[in-house]
Ligand binder design. Structure first.
Ligand SMILES: *[C@@H]1O[C@H](CO)[C@@H](O)[C@H](O)[C@H]1NC(C)=O
Ligand SMILES: *[C@@H]1O[C@H](CO)[C@@H](O)[C@H](O)[C@H]1NC(C)=O
Length: 264
């Protein structure tokens, strides 16, 4: 006894598209004894140019894992790869309505959705947050190491480099790959090993789609940041102490001045 089973799997909704049905893959599995068959349709819109001039629409009919027939918008017609597929292709190519509909889908389905994806995903950029710090290291070639980190940027493509007095440094630089944070954002880190020279300016330079200008962060060698934080906390404590002491002194003075006014 054969059993037939029909499912629709949704592949992501083209929000405004009138041709919603095109976004479904139709999977027909026919169970016959222990064997299963999958009949599916894959719709692909392939493009790389931002102005969408190179969009190709491919609609493939797949039986199990073999493509049986395919519409390719560059060819403007269906092509069959098996006897059955060729028969279908011939039949569809003979029908101008079907062909015209498929060609119209290049605009109505592919370009329409590509524009939506572009505006929501592809054209989005997020500026990296740059952190520049010095780290201690054990037994390197040079006594000092700087680490430049870029966090929370999008898209992934980024260039991080170092300059010393405006000239790019290539030696003794190690960089990590862009690392995905798993939330669409990326981070990258670069180490520069160097021997400090007095009066020089070291900068971390980042080129990223989020900024038309390179993002330049200068190293301030005067006081390392943790030290600076300690000094800020210490100074705040000192100021607070002085204020409290002054207030106490004024209070004491007023009190004792008041006491002398009282006649014995
Ligand atoms: C579509 O057809 C063009 C022209 O023949 C071909 O260059 C391209 O590789 C085809 N695309 C696919 C995905 O088969
Ligand atoms: C193509 O279409 C014509 C007219 O619509 C029909 O007579 C012919 O049989 C069709 N050929 C195929 C291969 O379907």
């Amino acid at each position: 006894m054969n059993q037939f089973h029909l499912t629709h799997a949704e592949m992501g909704k083209p929000s405004v598209s009138k041709r919603l049905y095109l976004c479904f893959i139709l999977i027909v599995s026919a169970f016959s004894g222990t064997e299963e068959y999958y009949n599916s349709q894959w719709l692909q819109c392939i493009y790389s140019s931002p102005d969408l001039s190179d969009v190709v629409y491919i609609s493939s009919y797949v039986f199990n894992k073999a493509v049986v027939s395919e519409f390719n918008s560059t060819l403007g017609k269906f092509v069959g790869y098996t006897e059955y597929g060729m028969r279908n292709a011939e039949y569809w190519n003979n029908n101008t309505n079907i062909l015209q509909g498929m060609k119209a889908d290049l605009d109505n389905f592919c370009k329409h959705n590509a524009e939506i994806y572009n505006s929501y995903i592809r054209d989005k950029t997020e500026k990296p947050k740059i952190k520049l710090r010095s780290v201690k290291q054990a037994g390197g070639k040079h006594p000092a190491v700087l680490v430049c980190s870029a966090y929370d940027f999008y898209p992934e493509r980024i260039k991080m480099s170092w300059t010393r007095d405006g000239k790019e440094v290539n030696a003794d630089v190690t960089s990590t790959e862009e690392q995905a944070d798993g939330d669409w954002y990326y981070q990258i880190h670069s180490h520069l090993e160097y021997t400090p020279r007095s009066g020089e300016k070291i900068s971390c330079v980042v080129d990223h789609a989020s900024s038309t200008q390179p993002i330049i962060t200068d190293w301030d060698p005067s006081i390392p940041e943790p030290e600076r934080n300690k000094i800020v906390i210490g100074a705040s404590g000192l100021v607070l102490g002085v204020i409290l002491a002054a207030a106490g002194l004024i209070y004491y003075k007023k009190k004792s001045a008041g006491r002398t006014l009282v006649p014995h």
